[in-house]
Design a protein around this ligand. Structure first.
Ligand code: GLA
Length: 675
């Protein structure tokens, strides 16, 4: 089968030859060949080298680099180089610099020092891309275009005057009249009424709570502006090249609604840096891979960046343990990746990232990191023939992930402070503990392929989205909605008549009042004091505990499957179950702790008849195509008993023992067995 970029797994990394003297370049290509590198992302931060002075381009060095890579058989993911404008541009046009909410102008001397709405930035970026495309569109090494880099990573929102102008235009398009905007923003409150669009500003620092709908619209606008920067460059490329285009996503990144972005890239690619020092990283990593695969509708994707070992930007930068980089790479492959790339090829000698690991470390090639890089390269080359490449991951369980709800639920003026992604992660952990594979969906996705759909705190939902959730449920889907779902419409106006009103029929309940536990309540859960958020009922296996949120639920047709046990909500419903047409609507009015949530999830999955993967402590399993991938993230040997043969070693699955960080790729027929 062919993969996302051809007949082999892509393998390589960011390559920044402009940071090294020319005599290193030849050595680089030789070493890339040794390491099995077949794809290099070139020139991502090279604007200042490519255009050292306004309108003067210097491509000679890049010609040579691309020529060397081509001669060495290394394909190129060629950057448009626009992620870091050069100092001369900021000096000439200081109005393109980004401004924070407090009015601080951010200078050049780092990277990404541009306002996404700046017409100047966009014009200069388009001119550079035009020159690059003219020169390299037909270059024989070109495999992929790499537009920008991690859009919004440092500056996702800009509050400058150019942004204000663009925001007003965006609002005029969205609302048509200022009256409609006043209505949507609820500006009757606190004397916020606008008489014309010209009076409106970005939500700059203010004395107290800002207008919630203004904030949400500014999040929407800012995400759209980043996407527009990408589109400007894509239009230039598309005019003369049909080579596929990507830009690197950042997993659960708040500043960009990747459902919208994913529709505009040819290849979904992702940068991912789970903390090797955090025991939850393997499952968080799995969640990120599943999101990325889901963004592309299940198509194979590329891991554009991971670190070969430590990063440089955490307070404590843990090195990856021996085998951990390989294990996490296979997690990506198991969850749909057709390529594994790193930041970066050669560990830098100077600059702010010199302590970030590279495939070729400071100490050279006689190192653990280089050996592991080389071994994985060889292994992936062999694995390319096994049928794994290009194959898909199937899931019967989906989790709704919605950027709009994320933006809105974490605003300051809310019923309680909570982290949207933490809530989603809690559900993800529970469902994976049960042994199911998860797709992420947007509230507008087709849910028919799924047996179970979980909507954790889908705070903002349109009438159409709520109607769709109801219709899918009535047609047989099991819907699990958790607290703070469907509370407000797209303008953040409360849905009156009892919270959940619009899902009343689906769930058979409505919510009268929020009663989240206070900090002292939660503190009292330690030290043997009965937890104010204790739960009892069949849905939690008799008894359980919850760690966040409570509310007064009024039952209207549903069955109470678990109740709060003690505290102000004593005896009130915590988990309810409702028959809705051919389906079922569960409502969970709290956030159970991990063990309780896993027991509940196991019951839901069993009732829905979804098949589960094997479960062995510390071992991750995932099915991709006809292969089962097993990865031991634990610290002890794991004894497995699986069908098929390990394509990596030729060993039979029956009686297989996986050492810590060990990986097996079990296939029924092995086309190529690594020596
Ligand atoms: C991001 C960027 C890279 C580099 C790495 C470091 O992913 O895209 O340029 O800064 O972080 O981890």
């Amino acid at each position: 089968m062919s993969g996302v970029l051809g007949a082999a797994f892509a393998y390589g990394g960011d390559y920044n030859p402009e940071q090294w003297p020319e005599d290193v370049w030849r050595d680089d290509v030789t070493l890339m060949n040794r390491a099995g590198v077949n794809l290099a992302s070139v020139g991502i931060f090279s604007w200042a080298r490519l255009e050292p002075r306004d309108g003067e381009f210097d491509f000679a060095w890049l010609d040579e680099v691309l020529g060397l890579l081509h001669a060495g058989g290394v394909r190129v993911d060629l950057a448009t180089a626009t992620a870091s404008p050069p100092p001369w541009l900021a000096l000439k046009h200081p109005e393109m610099l980004p401004v924070t909410e407090e009015g601080v102008t951010l200078s050049s001397g780092s990277r990404q020092a541009y306002c996404p709405s700046s017409p100047v930035y966009r014009r200069y970026a388009a001119r550079l891309v035009t020159a690059i495309v003219e020169r390299y569109a037909d270059h024989p090494a070109l495999e992929l275009w790499h537009v920008g880099n991690e859009y919004g990573c440092h500056v996702s929102h800009c509050y400058c005057d150019a942004s204000a102008v663009a925001f007003r235009a965006w609002l005029a398009t969205r609302y048509g009249t200022v009256e409609a905007l006043n209505d949507a923003w609820g500006t009757a409150f606190w004397s916020q009424r606008y008489d014309s669009f010209d009076e409106i500003l970005p939500p700059r620092a203010a004395p107290s709570f800002k207008n919630p709908t203004q904030l949400l619209d500014f999040d929407r606008f800012s995400a759209d502006e980043l996407l527009e920067c990408y589109r400007v460059e894509v239009a230039v490329i598309r005019a003369s090249s049909s080579v596929p285009i990507t830009t690197n996503f950042m997993g659960f990144f708040k500043g960009a609604d990747y459902w919208a972005w994913a529709r505009e890239v040819d290849v979904v690619s992702d940068d991912s840096y789970p903390d090797p020092g955090d025991p939850l990283s393997p499952v968080y990593g799995a969640m990120q891979r599943d999101l990325i695969r889901s963004l592309g509708g299940g198509k194979p994707w590329l891991l554009m960046e991971q670190s070969p070992s430590a990063v440089n930007w955490r307070e404590r930068n843990a090195a990856k343990r021996p085998g951990q980089m390989r294990a996490w790479s296979y997690q990506c492959i198991g969850r749909g990746a057709d390529g594994i790339l790193f930041f970066q090829w050669r560990q830098a000698k100077a600059g702010a990232e010199k302590f970030h690991a590279g495939m070729v470390p400071h100490a050279g090639t006689d190192t653990r990191v280089f050996r592991e890089v080389q071994e994985l390269g060889a292994e992936l080359a062999d694995l390319s023939a096994t049928g794994l490449l290009g194959s898909r991951v199937e899931a019967r369980v989906a989790v709704v992930f919605d950027w709009t709800s994320w933006w809105a639920i974490e605003q300051e003026a809310s019923p309680t402070r909570l982290s949207y992604v933490e809530g989603v992660f809690a559900w993800y952990r529970a469902l994976t503990a049960v042994g199911v594979t998860i797709d992420f969906v947007s509230p507008d996705s087709d849910l028919a392929p799924y047996a179970v759909v979980v909507a954790p705190s889908l705070f903002v939902a349109t009438d159409a989205q709520l109607a769709a959730l109801d219709a899918y449920t009535a047609n047989g889907v099991t819907l699990v909605a958790s607290f703070q779902t469907g509370i407000v419409d797209e303008n953040l106006h409360i849905r009156l008549g009892g919270y959940l009103g619009a899902l009343r029929q689906t769930l058979g309940v409505w919510v009268e009042e929020f009663a989240p536990p206070t900090a002292p309540d939660l503190a009292a859960t330690g030290g043997g004091v009965p937890a104010p958020l204790a739960l009892r009922g069949d849905a939690v296996g008799g008894a359980g505990a919850a760690k966040l949120w409570g509310e007064s639920v009024r039952v209207e047709g549903a069955t109470v499957s678990a109740s709060f046990d003690g505290g102000v909500l004593d005896g009130q419903p915590a988990i309810t179950r409702n028959g809705r047409g051919a389906g079922t609507g569960w409502y969970v009015a709290t956030l159970p702790d991990d063990a309780t949530l896993a027991r509940f999830a196991a019951g839901v999955i069993a009732e829905a008849g979804v098949a589960t993967l094997p479960r062995v402590a510390g071992v991750e399993f995932v099915q991709r195509g006809s292969a089962t991938i097993a990865i031991n993230h634990g610290s002890a040997d794991a004894a497995l008993d699986l069908l098929g043969t390990d394509a990596l070693t030729g060993a039979p699955g029956a009686g297989l023992v996986l050492a810590p960080q060990g990986v097996a790729v079990l296939v029924r027929e092995v086309a190529a067995v690594a020596p």
